[in-house]
Design a protein around this ligand. Structure first.
Ligand code: 5AD
Ligand code: SF4
Length: 497
């Protein structure tokens, strides 16, 4: 089956043009039809890297928050590069300063307020500098941000097509704001200009917004309703990245498992996430595919079977649990229980025994008791997460939790619980890494080690960071390594033939 699929992929993508595509989707066991012209490739080589030109108006950008924000900044750069701007890395040379912001926790917003004060100093030193605030804070705070002396315009996540006009209008003296959320915007026709350092791994946004309404979370309000991007443009973007030398793509969405594209011309034609994953994996067997974030209530077995089927889909699932207590999960509106989460974990391990599982955890959500907290610790032990992002609950204005529940766990209790969670995860990460000792992995190299120029860093399919002597290898190569020692954060390895 795999050979057949790869052969189809070769004809499809290398040939450049294929009309009326039909794919056998192994995950679901039936054929997926995509419309005529869906994979018409533009054979012209197109660079996806920034083009720097000091004669053009200079654009300086800072990005805070999640991978989605990084990818949004890449879309903005693409739009502004087309409008005649050139990226620059030095704020002192900038004609336009943009800050792409995050609202997920209070401290993320505090950091941006601090940056705005610094941008104001820059504006006072040099006349004619325009400052724009983009992203979630722009959407959430609107006028409040515009009132800051440094800010010339505010642009929400769905307004980026109009950003050149916003800058021009702001330059002529009046403050500007566009915070409209659009039901259909996916920026599908825009090729992001990549901001990563090494040209190895790139993000592809497959959907925008979120419909889940977890009670603590501000994202559904700042990014709007969920919408899925068409699969044709996603596959085209993966191919374009591969043609530009990229070796890995990461498909991004707030909840990738609810990805669902309906052909507007024929709504019976659908592509779900398992099918999309397969289409992207078919780009080339040497292109690694990752994705984030999965939702425990929506992650079906189809995705797991597709992952197991394609060696180039990395064996790693980021499956945020948030809490191990059913009472907290209910209050968080997560729509799963501890038991059903553990059943998902068991299924992942049944289908892919070597699949790494990471998670997100919130400590000290509204009315969390010591018993709830202990439930989180015991769930962590039971799953044995390979890694985790761990946070203290931060109340966000106007969320369901802010409106209906008291943020009543004292700050010092939240901090103590978070520290216990972090301490446990360090132990679990070390135990997970120790299981790798003596094993061999194919690692995609992505950088030079901080400690020595003679050593490279790379990631295993399970997303574990490896450090090893380069032995003549460079960045963006696949090398086979054997793990010789480890810490909780890193595998130390040696190259094997
Ligand atoms: N407080 C703390 N953590 C939060 N997250 C989302 N909202 C909040 C909040 N109000 C965390 C969740 C989510 C991750 C991206 O951020 O764990 O999965
Ligand atoms: Fe926020 Fe929940 Fe949507 Fe994730 S799934 S972005 S936590 S509302």
């Amino acid at each position: 089956m795999r050979l057949l699929i790869y052969a189809t992929s070769f004809l499809t993508f290398r040939g450049g043009v294929l009309q009326g595509c039909k794919y056998f989707c192994s995950a679901l066991g039936f054929c997926v039809y995509l419309p005529d012209n869906c994979f018409v490739m533009d054979n012209r080589y197109r660079s996806v890297r920034p083009v720097l030109d000091s004669n053009k108006p200079q654009l300086y950008m800072e990005t805070y928050g999640c991978q989605m924000n990084v990818n949004d900044s890449e879309v903005v750069l693409s739009i502004l590069q087309d409008a005649g701007y050139s990226l620059c890395g030095d704020i002192k040379k900038a004609d336009v300063i943009l800050v792409n912001t995050c609202s997920i926790r209070e401290n993320a917003e505090q950091r941006v307020w601090g940056r705005l004060d610094l941008f104001l100093q820059e504006k006072r030193k040099r006349r004619g500098v325009t400052v724009g605030v983009l992203g979630c804070m722009a959407e959430r705070l609107k006028q409040v941000l515009l009132e800051h002396e440094a800010v010339d315009f505010v642009a929400g996540p769905d307004s980026y097509r109009k950003i050149a006009t916003l800058i021009e209008d702001a330059k002529s003296g009046s403050k500007q704001m566009n915070v409209a959320l659009l039901r259909d915007e996916t920026y599908s026709d825009i090729t992001p200009v990549r901001l990563d350092k090494n040209g190895v791994s790139a993000y592809i946004s497959i959907m925008r917004g979120c419909n889940n309404m977890c009670s603590y979370c501000v994202v559904p309000y700042t990014r709007g309703a969920e919408r899925s991007r068409d699969p044709q443009s996603i596959v085209r973007e993966a191919q374009e990245l591969f043609d530009n030398g990229y070796k890995e793509v990461c498909l991004l969405g707030q909840n990738v498992d609810s990805y669902l594209w309906l052909n507007p011309d024929n709504p019976t034609e659908k592509v779900n996430f398992a099918q999309l994953l397969e289409l992207v994996a078919l780009t080339d067997p040497s292109l690694r595919v990752r994705f984030s974030t999965s939702h425990p209530k929506d992650m079906g077995n189809g995705v797991l079977y597709t992952m197991a089927m394609y060696p180039n889909i990395c064996n790693h699932i980021h499956l945020p649990v948030q809490s191990g207590s059913d009472a907290m999960l209910l209050k968080m509106n997560r729509k799963y229980t501890r038991e059903s989460y553990l059943a998902r974990i068991a299924k992942i391990r049944e289908i892919m025994p070597d699949c790494a599982i990471s998670t997100d955890i919130i400590a000290g959500f509204c009315s969390e008791t010591e018993e709830d907290h202990l439930q989180t610790l015991s769930l962590m032990e039971e799953v044995g997460f390979d890694s985790a992002f761990m946070f203290q609950y931060s109340e966000r204005p106007n969320t369901r939790a802010a409106r209906h529940f008291k943020d009543d766990v004292p700050e010092e209790v939240k901090t103590r619980r978070l520290n216990e969670i972090i301490e446990l995860q360090n132990r679990l990460s070390l135990a997970s890494n120790q299981k790798c000792l003596g094993k061999t992995y194919e690692v995609l190299t992505d950088g030079v080690s901080k400690r020595s120029d003679l050593q490279l860093t790379g990631r295993t399919p399970q997303n574990k960071v490896c450090v090893f002597d380069a032995q003549g290898h460079g960045i963006g190569e696949y090398v086979k390594v054997e793990v010789v020692s480890c810490t909780s954060a890193t595998l130390m390895a040696k190259i094997v033939k």
